[in-house]
Design a protein around this ligand. Structure first.
Ligand code: ZN
Length: 255
């Protein structure tokens, strides 16, 4: 376990990147540039002052409202920042100062962006998942924990599992339950994590997604006709798997 100043620094790094993730989550579906113009209030369009743009802290100090027009700022912004910081800290606790930590930090940031875009807009952007597949495959040449073969198998296994489940689902429910975006997302995660971890990620994702779907329908938050995006469940469970995959496997084998 690591304690002290390095953990605080990693958490702050996560908050800052999380703040950048928020910009991507908002702008990528709108086809806007990421770095220009400056952040502005979506309601009154006023530029957000630097002192009001501090991750997490500004939201708390402004009580979740725009300083200029007083309109509510979505709770999703501080949630994304906090989640990114939290995931960074856990990755660092498990993998320490290593190449693996660095890659997992980049991967989980991309996955957090994808999950929240899918939650907001029900799309998974190709501009992240397609380059992600190429980057994952390329990195496998340079890292000790994943071979190129394993990375290729991860892409194929991830894509095929989602494809088959999507086809079966569309026959049973007579509507498209899983989109092409989910296939590319699973292929991207497979490229980074290999075939074993992508199977665990998707299995957990379906389990959690189905449970959540049943709960939402039974509690009448959603009707049976509503589409519940599946991407966030894949993302959540693949982050759980990259953190605790070996524990999950040894627990499963011990059964
Ligand atoms: Zn405003």
């Amino acid at each position: 376990m690591y304690y002290g100043i390095e953990i605080i620094l990693i958490f702050i790094l996560g908050l800052i990147v999380g703040s950048f993730c928020n910009v991507c989550i908002y702008r990528i579906p709108r086809n806007e540039l990421i770095i220009y113009p400056a952040s502005h209030c979506p309601n009154c369009n006023t530029d957000i002052l630097a002192k009001d743009n501090i991750p997490l802290l500004s939201y708390i100090l402004l009580k979740g409202r725009c300083r200029n027009c007083g309109s509510r700022i979505s709770i999703k912004y501080p949630v994304v920042e906090f989640l990114t910081g939290l995931v960074y800290v856990i990755i660092y606790q498990i993998y320490g100062l290593s190449v693996q930590s660095l890659i997992y930090i980049i991967l989980s940031s991309a996955l957090i962006i994808i999950a929240f875009i899918d939650l907001n807009e029900q799309i998974i952007p190709d501009v992240i998942s397609l380059p992600g597949i190429i980057i994952g495959l390329t990195l496998s040449f340079f890292v000790p924990y994943l071979s190129f073969i394993n990375s290729v198998l991860g892409v194929v296994v991830g894509g095929v599992i989602i494809l088959v489940i999507g086809l079966v689902g569309s026959v049973i429910f007579k509507k498209e339950a899983i989109g092409g975006g989910d296939i590319k997302l699973a292929a991207m995660i497979g490229a980074f994590l290999g075939w074993r971890y992508i199977i665990i990620s998707l299995f957990l994702g379906f389990f959690l997604g189905a449970l959540t779907g049943i709960f939402l329908v039974l509690s009448r938050v959603k009707s049976r006709e509503d589409v519940i995006p599946f991407g966030p469940f894949i993302v959540l469970c693949s982050i759980i798997t990259l953190l605790w995959g070996e524990k999950i496997l040894s627990w499963y084998v011990g059964f």
